[in-house]
Design a protein around this ligand. Structure first.
Ligand code: FYN
Ligand code: ADP
Length: 597
């Protein structure tokens, strides 16, 4: 049918319409719909009420009409931020976050976020417009020509393309199921430009839409798996529970807390699982992390993978410390993905199912006679924890000039403690690592950070999404380098008047800002930025509040006012440019040449 689009009239017979041509109107047609409206109706039918977008060819009118239809359309300055926003909205709500991008370059900009969502197990759908299939496939040089589906496939949990309006309902249903069922992930949905103006009668169109029933069905673990796990756990002398962001995602907070408390087992939260139980909980072993990991004999992983963040269960260490041999632990792993077990070391007792069902099944086997962990184990952890906490308190009490990470974060710690409902976004290297151990979280799913990849650039996208779908104040603590990746989105924050307080820990560079060009040449050092840059003016440029601070007292006053006023605020906290180590706590991953340059 050469360069034409099949459309259907009220009788269901197909006619051909060339691009730009209005479809023939038949007297019998009462009401028509088109591809634009079918996409919107399918999303709405499935409870998708927000889209994170960067409008342009060919999805401009989709964004416009989605807003007109009552979907909240949050329009960004760059697709990567829109994608990060969608992915964290998915994490917070268990509904796929939807990101809308234009073809080729916009698609590629969003793809980093889609890949990051897949890596982090966040449910997200990137819907991208694309160019003419026929021209792309013959590589004839179309506007923004790219075989987007092929490129997205290896980076997404699933990828689909819809060519005909009558398939939109199925396409969106498949995308939703793929994003949220089993292990959640990023899904790509390719919608070529020619799909949107395809017309069909409204009643037929409506009948093609699918409301997905039970999109993330419970998966019940087998009795044998649960019994095997309980038997292993019961015999443990040094048990440890590790809570990962899968546990936070599952929204089974009460069951998880009951399991931890009824067994009396110490637990370690991974970064985004902080607050699942309050960090102040007496069973938290966070402040004894490097002690409990090698020492534990039976480890229960709940929604956490034995990846690099847990040194693959093999005891590689970080931060230049001498290698601590660990390994030989026995593992119980609760996960929805049956393929996760044995990915790094042997898993003795995999418990496969959704976290709620698995934890409840284990809990049912933990009666009043359940043996509490041996006192020596708990005592050794308490001793190590108390020592680390006391050392930390000493460091935080100092008030050096200039301000450093610790004296600034001491203020942030107090303010987060006083505002437990606020979302807390965090990225950087030192700005991430210091903050993670200094700032306690007391509520689940409040701490949102760089996740599995340690990705920089999530800051403003995550902040915007948290404010939009969470409806709460957001505090974002950013390294000055990290902020640069998404800084332009402060315009978006101001445009939507969101209660976001960005705090930049500004030490003039990547890791720190005091290195100089060894050649003595005019170029700055590759890790250095403009000294004492006025980031606060960026927020002022768009009508928000910008504050420049150099002392903890000024930082406290600025943050207090931001949270009181709820206005978009950027606090530029100038700290010691020599503060900060290479790559923060993971310097072992950053090879350094021994040869003098
Ligand atoms: C933790 N700690 C504490 C507390 N909480 N001390 C006192 N009080 C409290 N509340 C201690 C903890 O016991 C550790 O000391 C130390 O602080 C650090 O804790 P952390 O951060 O939990 O542990 P660690 O070893 O750094 O964790 C490893 C890691 C982590 C890989 C999981 O570094 C991480 O999540 N890194 C992400 C890095 C990243 O993605 N960066 C972005 C790219 S940056 P000890 O027990 O004495 O060791 C590009 O360059
Ligand atoms: P962390 O980085 O915090 O350790 P990971 O992202 O490595 O966490 O691990 C999350 C794990 O949680 C993944 O293996 C994923 O399959 C699992 N998961 C996610 N949602 C659920 C769920 N509802 N039930 C069970 N497991 C889940």
């Amino acid at each position: 049918m050469d360069n034409a689009t099949a459309v259907r009239n009220a009788t269901g017979s197909a006619t051909a319409v060339r691009p730009g041509e209005a479809p023939a109107v038949h007297a019998a047609e009462i009401e028509e719909t088109d591809g634009f409206h079918l996409v919107i109706d399918a999303l709405k039918l499935n409870g998708i009420d927000t889209i994170f977008a960067v409008p342009g060819i060919p999805i401009t009118d989709l964004a416009r009409k989605a807003q007109a239809a009552g979907i909240r359309v949050i329009s960004f300055r760059h697709e990567q931020s829109a994608g990060y926003a969608a992915s964290i909205a998915g994490f917070l709500t268990q509904k796929p976050g939807v990101c809308l991008t234009v073809s080729a370059p916009g698609f590629l900009n969003g793809l980093t976020a889609l890949a990051n969502a897949t890596t982090n197990c966040f449910p997200m759908i990137q819907i991208s417009g694309s160019s003419e299939r026929e021209v792309i496939d013959l590589q004839q040089g179309d506007y923004e020509e790219m075989d987007q589906l092929a490129i997205a496939k290896p980076l997404a949990k699933a990828a689909f393309r819809v060519l005909h309006a009558e398939d939109i309902g199925v396409g969106i249903a498949r995308a939703i199921r793929a994003a949220v069922s089993g292990r959640p992930g990023g899904v790509y949905l390719d919608l070529p430009a020619k799909l949107f103006p395809q017309v069909m009668d409204a009643a037929t169109g409506a009948s093609t839409l699918i409301k997905v029933v039970d999109p993330a069905p419970r998966q019940i673990p087998s009795r044998e798996a649960v019994d095997r796990a309980l038997a292993l756990l019961k015999g443990a002398k040094k048990p440890l529970i590790i809570l990962g962001k899968g546990a936070a995602y599952a929204q089974e907070d009460a069951a998880i807390r009951a399991l931890v408390e009824k067994t009396g087992i110490p637990y370690l939260p991974m970064s985004m699982a902080k607050g699942l139980l309050p960090d102040t909980h007496e069973q938290s072993a966070a402040a004894a992390r490097s002690f409990v990991l090698p020492e534990a004999d039976v480890v229960v992983l709940i929604g956490a993978r034995l990846n690099w963040l847990l040194s693959h269960g093999k005891g590689k260490t970080w931060g230049g410390k001498s290698p601590t041999a660990w390994g030989g632990q026995r593992y119980i792993q609760i996960d929805i993905s049956p393929q996760e077990a044995d990915s790094n070391v042997r898993i003795d007792a995999p418990v496969i199912g959704d976290i709620g069902s698995c934890v409840s099944a284990l809990l049912a086997g933990v009666g009043a006679s359940w043996p509490k962990p041996p006192a020596e184990w708990l005592g050794a952890i308490a001793e190590r924890r108390n020592r680390n906490v006391a050392k930390m308190a000493e460091t935080l009490a100092k008030n050096p000039t200039p301000m450093n990470f610790h004296s600034a974060l001491n203020v942030v710690r107090d303010i987060v403690k006083a505002n437990p409902d606020a979302y807390f976004v965090n990225e950087g290297a030192n700005a991430l690592d210091f903050t993670r151990s200094i700032v306690d979280m007391v509520k689940p799913r409040k701490r949102l950070d760089v996740g599995t990849w340690g990705v920089m650039g999530i800051g403003m996208g995550f902040s915007i999404a948290a404010a939009v779908v969470g409806g709460q104040q957001v505090i974002a603590v950013e390294g000055d380098s990290a902020f640069g990746f998404s800084g332009m989105e402060v315009e978006t924050i101001c445009r939507y008047n969101l209660p976001v307080c960005v705090v930049i820990l500004n030490n003039n560079g990547v890791y720190r800002g005091n290195e100089v060009n060894p050649t003595g040449g005019a170029d700055p050092h590759p890790l250095g930025f403009v000294k004492a840059a006025s980031y606060e003016k960026l927020m002022e440029a768009f009508g928000g509040v910008g504050v420049r601070v150099t002392t903890p007292a000024e930082l406290r006053a600025a943050m207090d006012e931001a949270l009181r006023s709820k206005r978009p605020t950027l606090v530029n906290a100038l700290i010691d440019e020599g503060a900060g180590t290479e790559s923060g706590r993971i310097s072992n991953l950053n090879p350094v040449s021994k040869k003098k340059s």
